[in-house]
Write a protein that binds this ligand. Structure first.
Ligand code: 5GP
Ligand code: MN
Length: 328
């Protein structure tokens, strides 16, 4: 819990921060927010990730200092693991040999840390990092504010999703007071794409289908499409949301081939349709309305399987409310 995290920070001095593979706005914004917080306390700290910082987050303060490494190859007093469902999510060898502090806002996260600070009421881990500033008495600098604001807008879909609360706006307002320029951050994150992303979007959108009810949609991306568009892995980020902008669509899947016959699958839904349950069946996870997993084998068969499960989830929405977050 929070008090244990504060105590640990007071007592130790050499820290690392990490988050999940293919980091996103919350994982990077929160990791870098915590980085600046610890720097403000004069701690020895570095952010280590298995994967490089995606283009959309390169302008975050501290992004250039993120060290990409396959293993925890130095010794630390403690390693903060940000928004990970289990100890394997960061994809770092030897992480289990460290003193781990688990910080997450997924209610389903495993309690794998020596200290576990989980707040499933937080819209993003960024909100928790803001609270940690308050708890440690660290002034919210412009650097911290920009990182935390990025976490908020990416995990709440720019304050669109159901995880957006009064507290989210309150924190956002404090961050703007601390120097954040909302238009500048939104532009850097959402309006700074390479053209390859647009070309890839054009390809992927030709595959979109929906069932006869109009409530379930699906699409796919092949390695060939990615090559034709000259696109990177991360260029497909966000595509899965488009079909959901249609009023009738309540659940959607994007199957993205990441190596031959292996499909990273993104699932999204509206309201009480739970896609996390589906992702979990395939060893993945996430939130009720945003989840992911990996499927293997024949594309058409994988699609049929996932579409059936989505149809089932739409039909038998059970309103289990263990995790009302819409965001990642
Ligand atoms: P995306 O579709 O953007 O890759 O993932 C959406 C959300 O689902 C992520 O932010 C994360 O919460 C969750 N997620 C995606 N892939 C995995 C996975 O392989 N394992 C787990 N536990 N969660 C995942
Ligand atoms: Mn998050």
């Amino acid at each position: 819990m929070l008090s244990q995290v504060v105590e640990l920070i007071e007592q130790k001095r050499r820290f690392a921060i990490t988050s999940h593979v293919r980091p996103d706005g919350d994982s990077l914004g929160s990791s870098l927010g915590l980085y600046w917080l610890l720097r403000a306390l004069d701690k020895d700290v570095e952010v280590i990730m298995r994967d490089a910082v995606p283009h959309a987050y390169e302008k975050l303060p501290g992004a250039l200092e993120v060290r990409v490494t396959p293993s925890v190859d130095r010794s630390y007093d403690a390693v903060f693991v940000i928004e990970c469902s289990d100890i394997t999510r960061p994809g770092l060898i030897d992480l289990d040999k460290q003193l781990v502090v688990n910080i997450d806002h997924h209610s389903t996260t495993a309690l794998f840390g020596t200290i576990n600070w989980i707040d499933s009421t937080a819209s993003a881990v960024g909100e928790m990092i803001y609270n940690l500033c308050k708890a440690t008495g660290v002034r919210v600098t412009r650097e911290i504010a920009e990182c935390v604001y990025t976490a908020l807008i990416t995990d709440t879909g720019s304050f669109h999703y159901s995880n957006t609360s009064e507290r989210t706006f309150k924190v956002a307002s404090e961050l703007v007071r601390a120097g954040v320029k909302p238009a500048k951050i939104s532009q850097a994150v959402f309006s700074n794409y390479p053209w390859s992303k647009i070309e890839l979007l054009a390809e992927v959108m030709t595959t979109v289908k929906r069932d006869e009810t109009g409530r379930v949609a699906w699409m796919h991306q092949t390695l060939e499409m990615q090559q034709r568009a000259g696109a990177s892995e991360e260029d497909a980020d966000g595509f899965v949301n488009y079909p959901l902008t249609c009023g009738s669509v309540e659940a959607v899947a994007l199957l993205k081939e990441c190596s031959p016959g292996i499909y990273r699958t993104s699932l999204r839904s509206k309201g009480d349709v739970n896609v996390a349950r589906i992702a979990e069946k395939f060893g993945g996870g996430g939130h009720r309305n945003a989840a992911g997993c990996t499927l293997r084998g024949d594309l058409e068969e994988a699609k049929r399987t996932i579409v059936r499960l989505l149809q089932d989830a739409v039909e038998h929405r059970n309103g289990d409310r263990d995790d009302s977050q819409a965001a990642a």
